[in-house]
Write a protein of this length. Structure first.
Length: 126
């Protein structure tokens, strides 16, 4: 896990989540506003989770299985942000996407990312 890249990715997603909340509050109403708010909340939560992965990276030094689980969690969180949040942002702004089931796939990515984080924690020393 390259810490700098993950920190930058998490920070940019945090900024986007804040911006999406502001946009939802000032430019949208009804169901599109709810989709934007939900996407922003999930994006912020998983931006913070990505920072947690960076923090845990040093604790798992020397534990290949734990580091692999952290990498998998990071990529699953990133996929979840893209698929779940991206789908909700698209629904709110342009309507349904031509590719079905992207939001559920993103939700599964988030859930599997948390499972991978649990696996990483089980391999931690101490």
């Amino acid at each position: 896990m390259t810490d700098r890249i993950w920190i930058v990715f998490a920070a940019l997603n945090g900024a986007m989540a804040v911006g999406s909340g502001a946009y939802a509050s000032h430019a949208l109403a009804g169901q599109p506003q709810e989709w934007f708010r939900t996407a922003g909340q999930f994006q912020m939560a998983h931006a913070l989770a990505l920072l947690l992965l960076v923090a845990l990276n040093g604790r798992l030094a020397g534990r290949a299985a734990g580091l692999l689980a952290l990498r998998i969690a990071g990529w699953l969180f990133a996929a979840g942000i893209l698929l779940f949040c991206g789908t909700l942002y698209a629904l709110a702004t342009v309507g349904p996407l031509p590719v079905p089931m992207t939001a559920p796939a993103g939700g599964w990515s988030f859930m599997l990312g948390w499972v991978a984080l649990a696996v990483a924690a089980l391999t931690a020393r101490g």
